[in-house]
Design a protein around this ligand. Sequence first.
Ligand code: SIN
Length: 541
Amino acid sequence: MIIKFDYLVIGSGIAGLSFALKVADHGQVGILAKRSLTDTNTNLAQGGIAAVMGQDDLLEYHVQDTLASGGGLSRLETVKTVVEAGPKMIQELRAFGVPFTASVDHPDQPELGREGGHSHRRIIHSKDMTGQTVQKVLAEKILAHPNIKVFDHYLALDLLQEKDPQGQMRVTGAWVLNIAEGDVLAMTAKVTVLATGGSGKVYLYTTNPDGASGDGLAMGWRAGADVANLEFVQFHPTCLFHPQLHNFLISEAVRGEGARLINSEGVPIMRDHPQGDLACRDVVALAIDSEMKSSGADNVFLDITHRPPEFVRDRFPKIYSTCLSLGLDITRQPIPVVPAAHYQCGGLLVDLDGRTTRPGLYAIGEVAATGLHGANRLASNSLLEALVMADRASRAAQEEAKGIGYPRLTEPYSPWPGGRLGHAPAEAVLITQSWDEIRRFMWNYVGIVRSDQRLTMAAKRLELVKAEIDEFFRNFEVDADLVEVRNIAVVAELIIRSASTRQESRGLHFSLSWPQQDDLNFKRDTVLRNESPLLFPGLSA
Ligand code: SIN
């Protein structure tokens, strides 16, 4: 079956939903959600959205903080564009009805929180459930819009491409798996947008939801889009360490309200740093890693017990109640925490309107590399970036869609060439175990601290696992889980290759083999190009 749209949006977080709402008055929109519409990374975002709205704050300060965090690799034009659009994006969300927490002194203004690396209070939030609150409001609007059709539990497998009238290959939609029914369909569109989020599941410990398997990045790469800066994986310093709950974030906003990181003896870990517990995340994560390695401890602690219990309960209701349900009262006990993979700073290389290097294909949100984050993302800049880039891409995509006809793909068309979908045999369990293997060696060898030797070991292990996965795809029927495993392997390879290219330490990439920053040779993006993309020729009628 072929389903035709003007815009196909793959992913249903803040980037995909805001893009869809902005183009929906100008054409038919299809949104694909691999799980439910709200099972996204956005939904888990606690901290907030950085925007300059305080009396004592200036756009220049936010620009400077973002550049400082980016370790010399942020693109100035992108930083200025995103930061300047921040206040307007917040006003739009407020007009949509997003209930941001209000300031006690000025109830018509949002309360401004503080997070690491920010020189001023500028985190607009909805207590500690910002992402969830925004996602809910956007999802309600999406479901009510007559031009938007949501396909939840549908997995995009690969991008369709066909020749445009000038003979150039152009992305024209995607092969899609209806996960419940097991059938594959083609969804075609004038413009295709990847808003698939990040790839935290490539690491053993992550704050990301289970769906964060880098599908958009892998599909874009297979289709020939360039990728950039994938060595810069952000490890959030404070993920809850608890046997019953693995990926629960303890927001940086807790440190913004005075919490301190301590070791098991109660010694403050960040005592020697000028910004203390609010230093940038790369610095804090590295300090925790070093503390855990030198003491042999499994975790460190985050202590907010000195703040009044009623303040903690009111400001952090989600964190408080989740921890309490596990028997941990954070108003009385320090919280056991560890660093965990949190955010992919690199991604598909895009311009300032979200266009990738493949015609017809846009990428917005975490899957894209806009140049905002550089070598390290400043806290709460990602929801902001997603909003601003969705807005810009929506305008560019509308213009582009005006000038072109619908893709020509007609039935009968070739089946998805990536594999045979169906019932994976019992042996598939070995391939899903490869996922654990990848996650484990990525954590051990391509984690917070790397070295040439560790990267080489990871590359060798990955080569073996990839060969097994490819062999399996050639010989057996596969299902959605296996498609995710194969995507994870692609992402792991791109991270290892990017990290091996950067022979220095900068931002989130710290190498024991190259401990110094080397501006002369490496003050530049790491761009990888796929020399043999899958162009799927012969699809057009
Ligand atoms: C947090 O609440 O600490 C996460 C915010 C972010 O990652 O930007």
